[in-house]
Design a protein around this ligand. Sequence first.
Ligand SMILES: Cc1cc2nc3c(=O)[nH]c(=O)nc-3n(C[C@H](O)[C@H](O)[C@H](O)COP(=O)(O)O)c2cc1C
Length: 145
Amino acid sequence: MKTCLVLYHSRGGNTLTTAEAIAQAARDHHYEATVKSIIEIQKADIDAADVLFIGTWVQGFILFGVKPADANLWVQSLPSLANKPTGIFCTYAFNPRGSLNKLASMLQEKGAAIVGRQAFNRNRLTEGSEAFVQRVLQAQTEITA
Ligand SMILES: Cc1cc2nc3c(=O)[nH]c(=O)nc-3n(C[C@H](O)[C@H](O)[C@H](O)COP(=O)(O)O)c2cc1C
């Protein structure tokens, strides 16, 4: 059975809700899926995964626009992402703006192969999660075929 690891950074629980929906959608595709906070992640978890999903909430700053929250701290502390096919996501209230682009570049520097991205409005935290997961798993299958 293929393995899917869903990593999330959540302050109030919204991003965890989306992460759990993503894991459930992966299970529906017969993947073994685990949800973990970005602070508890170990190199062995990454190495064991066939596909990764990594998501965060977004935070706005008056002078600096909207960013993936705290990513300058937590992305650095991740182990190498070892060229794993990775779907990235965020949850937001108004407009995520360039958050996913910023997160993509930071995770690419950590070695992720970004194969999909999706922003989820906090009033619809699971809407579109099945289609997002399907796209990422399809890309993962094509890469490893
Ligand atoms: C301090 C703070 C700043 C935020 N800034 C933005 C913002 O600039 N744009 C936006 O769309 N949402 C913004 N949000 C909303 C959060 O990104 C959104 O509620 C998210 O779903 C929270 O996820 P969490 O419950 O996993 O922490 C902000 C929330 C907080 C607490």
